[in-house]
Design a protein around this ligand. Structure first.
Ligand code: PRP
Ligand code: URA
Length: 209
């Protein structure tokens, strides 16, 4: 799928194996979500434009490139997206942060937006939306719709696990958004959970079930 980048790396598969395991406890689950998020962010910045700067090493002056972190914002989709925040901040500590609150209605599986707070100059920034699960794609589509309605034009989406159905839906509605995912799983079950997946990401991060 165009605009979808899957991290194909033995280390990622290794970490996902522990993450998916139902025996993995909350502490380790949180740590792995953070770690994988930092790898996704690293990958998503591979096309970042650098600004030329002159610095002086202990040996000599040199011209080199630096990232202008003021041009970026991270937007976690609540709740589960918060689990990825420290991971992406470890890669780019000075980016601004916004929040979009979404939950999936348990019967219709449709996303419901309950919170929206983003930096004032959001339309001037490249926005990196983070959410560990992209299932039907409904939450991602609505979050991107909201950001575009505020004038945002550059959006990337990071997910730990994605379903092919959701990726198809998001890329169809928002072909300009690039998605970085650690793994594309097999399918959605009758409850719209990703198979094999990892269960409910929010519940596993916060220990709510
Ligand atoms: C999960 C997940 C995504 C959404 C994905 O959140 O974190 O936001 O479901 O599903 P979709 O692609 O079908 O929309 P959930 O609604 O469980 O809320 P939570 O993060 O508060 O647990
Ligand atoms: N949300 C989750 O947390 N897990 C899924 O498999 C689907 C949606």
């Amino acid at each position: 799928m165009k605009n979808v980048h899957e991290l194909k790396h033995p280390l990622i598969e290794h970490k996902l194996a522990i993450l998916r395991d139902k025996k993995t406890g909350t502490k380790e689950f949180r740590e792995l979500i953070e770690e994988i998020a930092s790898f996704l962010c690293y990958e998503a910045l591979s096309d970042a434009k650098l600004e030329e700067v002159e610095i002086e090493t202990p040996i000599c002056k040199m011209k080199t490139g630096k990232l202008n972190e003021n041009k970026y914002a991270f937007i976690p989709i609540l709740r589960a997206g918060m689990g990825m925040l420290d991971g992406v901040i470890s890669v780019m500590p000075n980016a601004k942060i916004g929040h979009i609150g979404m939950y999936r209605d348990e019967e219709t599986f449709e996303p419901v937006n309950y919170f929206f707070k983003v930096p004032k100059d959001i339309e001037k920034r490249e926005v990196i939306v983070i959410d560990p699960m992209l299932a039907t794609g409904g939450s991602a589509i609505d979050a991107i719709d909201l950001l575009k309605s505020k004038g945002v034009t550059k959006i990337k989406f990071l997910s730990i696990i994605s379903a092919p159905e959701g990726l198809k839906a998001v890329t169809k509605k928002h072909p300009d958004v690039t998605i970085y995912t650690a793994h594309i799983d097999d399918h959605l079950n009758e409850n719209k959970y990703i198979v094999p997946g990892l269960g409910d990401a929010g519940d596993r991060i916060y220990g709510t079930k």
